[in-house]
Every structure is written in structure tokens, then in C-alpha cells.
Design a protein around this ligand. Structure first.
Ligand code: ADP
Ligand code: 5GP
Length: 235
């Protein structure tokens, strides 16, 4: 009964607070046949989060059992909690002929790219460190200590930007959503291997603006605000 559709896997990573969840929520509304992989986590729900919607919230024992049973495509520890992607989401996407979006950290992204090199990876960056700090505070469920931990983590994570296929600087929300949609659609168009209409070519061109080699200059001040080394001429 299994179909032969090979889902496109989109990996999206970002320092916590960059606006990734906001972008992903909008993206899945805009793009048909794109499933969001609802991760398992041992952290507690934040704000209005609901079990089974943003995450499956589980106890550490349940998480460890899933690891032992080989149920994860990838899993990692982040900010004192465990997070993992259940492999079954990929099987379900395949059966439905859908593509799959993974919102995972840089450790998880590395694991998925090792297993599935054709996965498309996108790194979301805030416009600078101050803006990130402000966005973390705005999401007021975070205690100060967690904000400081996440800012420190952001400085380390940001150095991984050059391992990703696309970079999205989340400054103006509307623009970022349009660019993210273009990235997702352009990969579908490119994999269709047919000749593209002029409108479709525009989508691919818009997405290409976010390829690492085309965005290096804009990265410099962002990296500097986090005290990270400047982008080198070669990845
Ligand atoms: P993440 O999922 O990356 O941790 P969120 O999506 O929760 O981040 O966003 C963090 C905060 O920043 C939220 O309050 C969100 O509304 C806000 N935000 C997201 N994107 C933007 C943007 N482009 N401009 C201004 N605020 C934003
Ligand atoms: P938050 O607690 O802010 O929702 O997420 C913290 C970090 O965990 C984010 O970078 C998010 O992308 C990452 N994350 C969420 N789910 C998973 C997952 O299933 N696997 C991995 N490796 N990281 C995840």
C-alpha cells in the first residue's frame, strides 16, 4: 500500500526567540500538503501551548523508552530538556504524499542531514542580539535565568549558520513569511524537473536570495552583534 512519493524534508533551525514558531505557523497555513512534525519534549508547556499541538509533552521516562525502542529519527538535549522527532512522521508523510517540516535545533539538524542528505535546511536569524533579547522577553513566560541561558546558547548556535542551505533574517515578519514560502515552493519546483513559467522562476529567484553565498554581506553585522567571527569568503 505504500506510495512512492519521497517527501521533501525541510529542516528549520534558529536561536530560541528568533521567531521560528511564528513563521512556521504561518507557513503551514500557506503551503498545501506540508505537515509539521510535532516533536516530543520533556520540557513543560509554555503559555498557551497544548499537548499534541506544538509538542507532545512527555516525562523523561517516556522519552527514554522511545529512545530505547528506536522511535526517533533524531533527538537531542537542549537547555536541560530532551527533544526528539518521531520517525513515524516521515512514514506518515510518505503515505499521504506530503512534505514534512522539522523545527529542530542544530544538533538535530546535523543528525537528519547525516541520515537524509537531500533534506533542505533553513537557518533563521534575528536582525541582531538586542532584538533577540527583546523577543525573548516579550514571550514573558520565560524566567530571566532562562532568557540569559538562551542568549548564551544563541551565540553558540549562530556559528552554525554556514551548515545550512538557506538563511532567513527575520526582520519584517510579512517579508520573512513570503521568503520562507518561496524557499519551500522553489524546492518543489526544482524537484519537479519540468520547465518553469516566468512566475515560477521568480519564486526560485526569490528563494535564491537567501542562499548562503548571496547573503554573506548582510550576515556580518548580525554575527558581530553576537560576538561571532565574521563570515569567511568560503563556507
Ligand atoms: P521561536 O519559536 O524562534 O523561539 P517565537 O515565534 O516564539 O520564537 O517568537 C518570539 C517572539 O518574537 C514572539 O513574541 C513573536 O510574536 C515575536 N516575533 C516573531 N517574529 C517577529 C518579527 N518578525 N518581528 C517582531 N516580532 C516577532
Ligand atoms: P523551545 O523550547 O523554545 O520550543 O525549543 C528549544 C529548541 O529545541 C529550539 O531550537 C527547537 O527548534 C528545538 N527543538 C524542538 N523540537 C525538537 C526536536 O524534535 N529535536 C531537536 N533536536 N530539537 C528540537
Amino acid at each position: 500500500m505504500s506510495s512512492h512519493y519521497k517527501p521533501i524534508i525541510y529542516i528549520i533551525s534558529a536561536p530560541s526567540g528568533s521567531g521560528k514558531s511564528t513563521l512556521v505557523n504561518e507557513l503551514v497555513k500557506l503551503v498545501p500538503d506540508l505537515d509539521f512534525s510535532i516533536s516530543y519534549t520533556t520540557r513543560s508547556p509554555r503559555g498557551s501551548e497544548q499537548n499534541g499541538k506544538q509538542y507532545h509533552f512527555v516525562l523523561r521516562e517516556e522519552f527514554d523508552q522511545m529512545i530505547a525502542a528506536g522511535e526517533f529519527l533524531e533527538h537531542a538535549e537542549f537547555d536541560r530538556n530532551c527533544y526528539g522527532t518521531a520517525a513515524r512522521f516521515l512514514r506518515e508523510a510518505e503515505q499521504k504524499s506530503h512534505d514534512l517540516l522539522l523545527d529542530i535545533d542544530v544538533q538535530g539538524a546535523r543528525q537528519v542531514k547525516d541520515k537524509l542528505p537531500e533534506a533542505v535546511s533553513i537557518f533563521v536569524l534575528p536582525p541582531d542580539r538586542k532584538t533577540l533579547e527583546w523577543r525573548l522577553r516579550k514571550r514573558s513566560e520565560n524566567p530571566e535565568e532562562a532568557i540569559q541561558r538562551r542568549l548564551a546558547a544563541a551565540s553558540r548556535e549562530i556559528e552554525n549558520y554556514n551548515k545550512y542551505d538557506y538563511i532567513l533574517i527575520n526582520d519584517k515578519l510579512e517579508e520573512s513569511i513570503e521568503s520562507l514560502e518561496a524557499i519551500v515552493l522553489s524546492q518543489r519546483l526544482l524537484r519537479s524537473r519540468r520547465s518553469l513559467s516566468s512566475e515560477e522562476k521568480e519564486i526560485v529567484e526569490r528563494a535564491d536570495l537567501h542562499r548562503l553565498e548571496n547573503i554573506r554581506q548582510r550576515l556580518e553585522p548580525i554575527l558581530a552583534s553576537f560576538g561571532a567571527p565574521p563570515p569567511s569568503a568560503r563556507p
